[in-house]
Design a protein around this ligand. Structure first.
Ligand code: ACM
Length: 758
């Protein structure tokens, strides 16, 4: 059993682009799921016959701007996806007709009837007519031969608030990206765009009379080598801001798609960029002089002086002039009180207000801002920390600490939005594949998100009435470009759209996953990106077998071992394949005859046995696991490191040590740009023996025998290799635990790959 098999313990795996393209080309073009709509309509009753769209025309009452806009949206989606160009005509007979109908109750509700003779979309509100158009395009996209099966759809949302948050502070996205996101949100009937415009790392909103907010606050120097121009050595300026005209354009673009923009201005914490611009607003004698390049929780809080409120009122005046929606988000999260505790002015303020603690002082701060917004007819939204200090009566609470904050808010009569982390935090990765974009290390796969239990059975109807809805949040510390942002957002934002829109009674993963695959075909037709990595097969070698798995769990996984590309009639994967048979495994999932994602090819290769990628290793503690790219943005091809920045430590389970004489490590250095509020850095390192530190390899346990000490010989930008002999011969498979010694946390050594050499 051992011997030859041991040679093959580890496989090299690779994805062949050529194989992927071949498979895509051989996949059937048409989707086989009729009447596929995402989010699932409240009621959908199929009828007899079908309607041919190709020769049709559109009708909308010439005096009805909302009906005309809905028809135009339908036509625009058809145009963009290569569908037929349908004329507008003055005759409703045999047409696709958009009709105002006051009997359809609810601003977002619509009725869509397809008969062999005509299609009618009826709604009382503009949004309903528009959503009817979104649904109709999906029916066309999913139909075969342009014929839509007859159906009667009566649709309305389960929740009023169906949101997406985009963090434009940690990384800055151009307006074109924001508009693309809004366009996609509209197709998913998502209707709240929460725009995170300010944070420690950047301020994106020009404010009249406070020019330094963008002159200083909009620009940072990225951490580490990315912060220096390699040619000139000058500091790199990263950032940007949205001009007032751009913001008005975004707001109008959103409004045309029935999306309300909810701007967020963070206070009193996450305020480093603003404080760097106006140090008089600081609560410390040594304020920051530039926006931060660090991620996490920073110590900087606005002080509570009149000057701060004068400035914040000016900011809110600007916000209210640009954003007409009822909701203004004022942050309120993660405001560590160390600076307030150390600042005599804040101690005096607390005493003069008769308050007992700094939580109450934040509550007072929030109340001042809430009163200002109320005077101007706007409503305050805050993260659930605002509950701690006493909340203004009409404040809306956005619950990110699970759903408990939302339930507590609802019990005390406040409106609440559910955005529980980690499940609704789309900066988490969606599979364990090394091909996922950078992000946080928790795996929030599609089914986990879809199956999230939103509301407890015990909720009363009065409490339920306060739950406005759901929201997906894309924080962008690790999301540096639009391609990665698209992959983190989609399809998961569409999953959240379904949770927010569709009736809970219809919950059904199997049906949902079919509609999701159909929706992806529609996105491809529209030229929109999404993450298909979880649809591709993964492989692991266990014992003398190779096990296959598709992380998304959608469709039937099929494989070949003869070098050919899998097809719909290749064997379905049901059990691990004996390695003796598995020289060259190709694997791909199929659903309803359609190939899913990119084909994968795995080669079990004796020469690359005994190598393990860090991405496939376990992290010892999983405190703050990250898939980390440089802070300058993640360009294609930049290495992504898998590291726990609170406890950097990797475990290679059952490493095949037999016969090994030395270890070869691929390592890299990354800037340690993480902040933990008023707390010191939690990562601890043993002192180095040599100048640049060592990789220590221990057997069985992290306090087990030290079997190799690999000196780091020089600092590195990019990957480098280091080797050392094993201290003693070891037989059999053992877990290996890897840590680095280093004098300080910054820069941080990370392990990318380990090889057991002979
Ligand atoms: C948050 O994640 N700090 C709202």
């Amino acid at each position: 059993m051992m011997g030859a098999f041991e040679q093959r313990m580890i496989m090299r795996r690779w994805r062949s682009l050529a194989v992927g393209l071949l498979t895509l080309m051989s996949a059937p073009a048409a989707q086989a799921v009729p009447l596929s709509v995402l989010p699932q309509p409240a009621s959908m009753v199929p009828a007899a016959g079908s309607y041919g769209v190709g020769q049709s025309h559109l009708f909308a009452d010439p005096g009805d701007a909302g009906a005309i806009a809905a028809a135009a949206r339908f036509r625009a989606l058809l145009d963009r996806s290569g569908g037929p160009t349908l004329p507008m005509a003055g005759d409703a007979r045999h047409a696709i007709a958009f009709v105002r109908d006051p009997s359809v109750v609810g601003a977002e509700a619509y009725a869509l009837t397809v008969t062999p003779d005509k299609i009618t979309i009826r709604a009382s509100g503009d949004a309903g007519l528009y959503y009817g158009a979104e649904t109709l395009w999906q029916l066309v996209a999913a139909a075969k031969d342009g014929r839509i099966p007859a159906v009667r759809i009566d649709d309305r949302p389960a929740f009023a608030w169906r949101g997406v948050m985009l963090d434009s502070a940690r990384h800055f996205q151009p307006v074109a990206y924001v508009e693309q996101l809004l366009d996609r949100m509209a197709l998913a009937k998502l209707n709240r765009f929460h725009w995170h415009l300010t944070d420690d790392q950047g301020w994106r909103l020009p404010v009249d009379n406070y020019p330094r907010l963008t002159e200083i606050g909009a620009w940072r120097t990225p951490a580490g080598p990315a912060g220096r121009d390699p040619k000139t050595g000058e500091a790199v300026r990263y950032g940007g801001f949205y001009t007032h005209d751009e913001i008005r354009a975004v707001v109008a673009y959103a409004a045309a798609r029935h999306i309300v923009v909810v701007p967020e201005i963070e206070m009193p914490g996450h305020a480093t960029a603003a404080i760097a611009a106006y140090p008089a607003l600081a609560s410390t004698a040594t304020p920051p002089t530039a926006p931060s390049a660090d991620w996490g929780i920073l110590p900087n809080l606005f002080n509570t002086s009149d000057q701060t409120f004068t400035m914040l009122h000016a900011v809110l005046d600007q916000v209210m002039a640009l954003f007409p929606g009822p909701y203004i988000h004022i942050g309120g999260d993660e405001s560590p009180k160390g600076q307030w505790q150390a600042d005599p002015r804040e101690r005096a303020k607390l005493a003069s207000l008769g308050l007992h603690n700094d939580g109450q002082l934040q509550g007072w701060f929030t109340a001042q801002i809430g009163a200002y917004l109320e005077q101007h007819g706007r409503r305050l939204v805050g993260w659930d920390e605002i509950l701690e200090g006493g909340v203004p009566a009409d404040a809306t609470v956005m619950s990110w600490h699970g759903i408990d904050g939302a339930l507590a808010a609802a019990r005390s009569g406040h409106d609440a939005v559910l955005a529980p982390e980690p499940t609704f935090y789309l900066d988490n990765r969606q599979s364990d594949s090394p091909d996922e974009p950078p992000g946080r290390g928790e795996i929030v796969d599609w089914k986990r998100l879809y199956d999230f239990p939103l509301l407890p059975a015990t909720i009363t109807s009065a409490e339920r009435a306060h739950i406005l809805g759901v929201q997906a949040n894309l924080w962008t510390e690790h999301v540096g470009n639009g391609r990665d942002a698209d992959r983190m957002l989609w399809p998961r934002a569409a999953v959240v759209a379904e949770l927010g829109w569709s009736p809970a009674q219809g919950h059904d993963w199997s049906g949902f996953s079919r509609r999701l695959v159909s929706a992806m075909a529609g996105w491809r037709a529209l030229g929109w990106g999404y993450d298909e990595t979880p649809l591709a097969a993964e492989a692991t070698v266990a014992g003398d077998q190779i096990a296959l798995r598709q992380p998304a769990g959608i469709g039937t996984l099929r494989y070949t071992i003869d070098g050919s590309a899998p097809t719909t009639i290749s064997p379905a994967y049901t059990a691990p394949i004996p390695l003796a048979q598995a020289g060259d495994v190709h694997a791909q999932s199929f659903l309803d005859g359609v190939a899913l994602g990119v084909a994968a090819r795995f080669r079990v290769d004796a020469t690359s046995a005994r190598t393990e990628a860090a991405s496939a290793m376990r992290q010892c503690a999983r405190k703050l696991p990250l898939r980390l790219a440089d802070s300058g943005g993640s360009a294609d091809g930049r290495p992504i490191h898998w590291v726990d920045v609170m406890e950097p430590c990797w475990i290679w389970p059952a490493a095949p040590l037999d016969g090994a004489t030395h270890v070869v490590a691929q390592v890299a250095q990354v800037p340690y740009n993480f902040s933990f509020g008023n707390d010191p850095i939690p990562a601890h390192f043993a002192p180095p023996r040599t100048r640049f530190g060592e990789l220590e390899v221990r057997q069985d346990r992290c306090d087990g025998p030290l079997i190799a000490i690999v000196p780091m010989t020089a600092p590195t930008r990019g990957e480098s290799e280091a080797k050392a002999p094993l201290a003693m011969p070891v037989t059999g498979p053992h877990d290996l635990c890897m840590t680095f010694t280093q004098a300080t946390a910054d820069p941080l050594w990370v392990l990318d790959r380990l090889t057991l050499g002979r």
